[in-house]
Design a protein. Structure first.
Length: 226
């Protein structure tokens, strides 16, 4: 009968729509290194399984920003009320460190462009260069601390030196987390990972650029507030 035939057709359509496991979109890749092939390796970064990584990143950035803004506020207030405030000589190596960090942001973006074009080998090379620049920045910060210590300037010497060590030390700790994330993306095999290579690179790059901008702000604050 016509009514039964129409009902049967509707049931078939419903089964086809729900046949991908509860309405989940089918995979767009062949399973090798997630979405590194086809379309330049870009996958929907806001897909439900990966959205939590972006949410965690946003929450982390807000928390870090609030922490450093609180420190900056305390710095400004202390700077204006401390009679014993003694300006410190900012080590010249900090400018070299800043250059390396800015350069690392550039190589990071070049790496992402290579990934978008599907050039995985070039992506890995540029990504590793970024990681090495991050390590060099941390090493340069250690050299700066050693130079200050050689001048007899320690964390408890005066309020200015205390804030310098706190600012640079806290930033170095958070940047080390960024270096770890970069290294993870560089060596991770993403065939069975819950996050695609593209999404992992995007999350890591957002965090890295944030730490880069934060360092420029801190250096300007330290330099102006000497």
């Amino acid at each position: 009968m016509p009514g039964k035939s129409a009902q049967h057709d509707i049931e078939l359509i419903i089964e086809d729509v729900g046949g991908e496991g509860g309405g989940k979109p089918p995979r767009r890749d062949g399973g090798d290194d997630d979405a590194d092939r086809g379309g330049g390796g870009r996958r929907d970064s806001a897909s439900s399984p990966q959205r939590r990584y972006y949410t965690a990143l946003a929450v982390g950035i807000v928390a870090i920003l609030m922490f450093f803004m609180a420190l900056a506020s305390a710095y400004i207030v202390r700077r204006g009320s401390a009679a014993e405030w003694t300006a410190i000589h900012v080590p010249a190596i900090l400018w070299l460190n800043t250059f390396m960090l800015l350069l690392s942001s550039a190589t990071l973006e070049f790496a992402r462009r290579k990934l978008a074009k599907g050039d995985l080998a070039a992506f890995r090379n540029l990504w590793m260069v970024t990681t090495i620049l991050g390590v060099l920045f941390l090493a340069g910060q250690y050299v700066a601390w050693r130079q200050l210590q050689a001048q007899g300037v320690f964390i408890a010497t005066n309020p200015a030196s205390s804030f310098f060590y706190v600012f640079t030390g806290a930033h170095a700790v958070h940047l080390f987390g960024g270096v770890a994330a970069l290294f993870y993306v560089a060596v991770r095999k993403f065939e069975k990972a819950k996050i695609s290579r593209w999404a992992a690179a995007e999350v890591a790059s957002y965090y890295w650029h944030f730490m880069d901008a934060l360092w420029v702000f801190l250096l300007a604050l330290i330099y102006v507030g000497r």
